[in-house]
Unconditional design. Structure first.
Length: 83
C-alpha cells in the first residue's frame, strides 16, 4: 500500500482514477512515436492469459461505462437491465 498521508483528497482521487484507467487499458503501448513495442502493463495483469484478460477487461470496461452513465444521470429502464 501507499502512504497517502500528506496528499490532498484531490490528489488521491486523481491517483486512483489514473490507476483505474491503467487497469482498464490492460496493457497499453508506452511508445507514442511508434518506434518499438514497449508495453506498460499494470501489475494486476501479470500472469493473466490473453483470453482471460480479454473477458475480464470487457467486463471492467462495461462496469466503467455503467458508472459513467449513472454519474451523468442516464438511467436504464428496469425492464431492460444491463446485466
Amino acid at each position: 500500500g501507499r502512504d497517502l498521508r500528506g496528499f490532498s483528497t484531490e490528489k488521491i482521487s486523481r491517483m486512483a482514477r489514473e490507476e483505474w484507467l491503467d487497469i482498464l487499458d490492460g496493457g497499453r503501448s508506452n511508445d507514442l512515436a511508434g518506434s518499438g513495442d514497449e508495453i506498460n502493463e499494470h501489475p494486476l495483469w501479470e500472469g493473466v492469459s490473453a483470453p482471460y484478460r480479454s473477458i475480464i477487461r470487457s467486463f471492467l470496461v462495461h462496469f466503467n461505462n455503467q458508472l459513467l452513465l449513472q454519474h451523468n444521470g442516464v438511467r436504464q429502464s428496469s425492464g431492460n437491465p444491463s446485466f
